[in-house]
Design a binder for this molecule. Structure first.
Ligand code: NOJ
Length: 413
């Protein structure tokens, strides 16, 4: 049966500044400098043998290293790749540390860079999904306590207000913050800067700081432009219980309430659509994760792409708002696996639209490029397009061609 998508469906891809730009000075770069050697020795190992060597190289853990995509320099190459793929939409983020290198200072040269970039996208008829903040912060703010600074709301609001005034004319969809739960989890697990492990701070950042940063900025953007479309990108896991035992079911229920439902309930009133990132189906129980599938990514993540259907239906039933998949993908060297993932995802989205009347606006694949994956470095390959470490040439992968054909046909026919 043909799987044609609604007219105007926004097929696209996503990236984030820290993961592709290179040449940055922010809190994460400082953290990488300190932790690269440790991560190259004790960090997570890829499940694919072929990636082990690069995972042992400290340079792999530095976003400014020779492995970098250098998109700040080669942004036009990214636009070329976007055009070759025939994308209708592109999600990118602005790097806060470039815009405000010092407290109270807004850098007009850097805003010009993003303006030029957005203008080129618009001239090529590509819809722009702009993320204001994808996890990295300026060094001066880090020194003031980062998200725990007493001035965080004021600083963030000033920054977002500046972006809305300077770049608003180009932006089709705003994503104010990315994956609040993943970012906040680093305050519980300590795997990312600031390297704190404190359950109370985790709760505070997740339930108070991030929602308030988001809601204040939502109002600010709307004050500047009533017609703008604003949301956040929320990572929603499909969670199921690892057995029928009531205690395991209860754990799965609690996880979902805490990580997804409670925060979505808090912010949903301040959204014009719902940005959803989907990567995981996980089985949970009192003993933690109990996955048992043998199809895994190079990061060891359990791959179950069809579960995007369950997530779409669940979000629709509870919130009944248009949904935009703002990220979805997998880390793999095996491009056949990526092709399989994309095909399964497209089928599941089609089913959600046709059988459950989910109002789905678009789908952004993570990622446009093979890029820098936070505490893992450059070895996880999420891209539709590879980047040559020496020449920085972009090369469309077979999965990119496969996706591009889906876009041309607006589905699978
Ligand atoms: C979600 C994050 O937004 C993105 O930065 C990250 O690279 C992907 N997940 C893959 O882990």
């Amino acid at each position: 049966m043909s799987k044609k998508f609604p007219e105007g469906f926004l097929w696209g891809a996503a990236t984030a500044s820290h993961q592709i730009e290179g040449g940055l000075i922010n809190n994460w770069v400082k953290w990488e400098e300190k932790n690269a050697t440790r991560l190259s020795k004790d960090g997570q190992r890829p499940s694919n043998e072929a990636l082990k060597e690069v995972a042992c190289d400290p340079e792999n853990y530095k976003s400014n290293s020779s492995y970098s995509c250098d998109s700040y320099k080669y942004w036009e190459r990214d636009i070329e790749a976007i055009k070759k793929l025939n994308l209708k939409a592109y999600r990118l983020s602005v790097e806060w540390s470039r815009i405000q290198p010092e407290r109270g200072v807004f850098d007009s040269k850097e805003i010009e860079y993003y303006r030029k970039y957005l203008k080129a996208l618009r001239d090529n008829n590509i819809k722009i999904v702009l993320t204001c903040w994808h996890w990295t912060i300026p060094v001066w703010l880090d020194e003031e306590g980062g998200l725990l600074s007493k001035n965080i709301y004021k600083y963030f609001n000033e920054y977002v207000s500046f972006l809305a005034k300077e770049l608003g004319e180009y932006v089709d969809y705003w994503i104010v913050i990315n994956e609040p739960e993943s970012f906040a989890a680093s305050y519980l697990l300590g795997m990312w800067p600031p390297g704190i492990k404190n359950p109370f701070l985790f709760h505070k950042v997740f339930k108070k700081v991030l929602p308030k940063m988001y809601i204040d900025s939502y109002k600010t953007i709307k004050d500047i432009d009533k017609g703008s479309k604003v949301s956040l990108a929320k990572n929603v896991w499909h969670v199921s219980s690892c057995s029928r035992a009531p205690w395991n079911r209860f754990v799965a229920f609690l996880f979902d309430r805490y990580m997804t439902v409670s925060i979505m309930d808090q912010v949903v009133k301040y959204t014009d659509f719902l940005g959803i990132n989907f990567y995981f189906h996980n089985r949970l129980g009192i003993r933690g994760l109990r996955n048992d599938n043998d199809i895994i990514s190079d990061l060891g993540w359990w791959l179950d792409p069809g579960k995007i259907f369950n997530v779409l239906v669940k979000i629709k039933e509870r919130y009944n708002k248009p949904i935009f998949i703002t990220e979805n993908g997998l880390a793999t060297l095996d491009d056949n696996k990526r092709i399989w993932w994309i095909e399964e995802t497209v089928k599941a989205m089609d089913k959600a639209i046709k059988e459950e009347s989910v109002e789905l606006m678009g789908y952004l694949h993570w990622s446009l490029l093979d890029n820098f994956e936070w505490d893992k470095g450059f070895w996880p390959k999420f891209g539709l397009v590879s980047v040559d470490p020496q020449t920085k040439e972009r090369r469309i992968k077979r999965s990119g061609e496969f996706y591009s054909k889906i876009i041309k046909e607006n589905g699978i026919i």
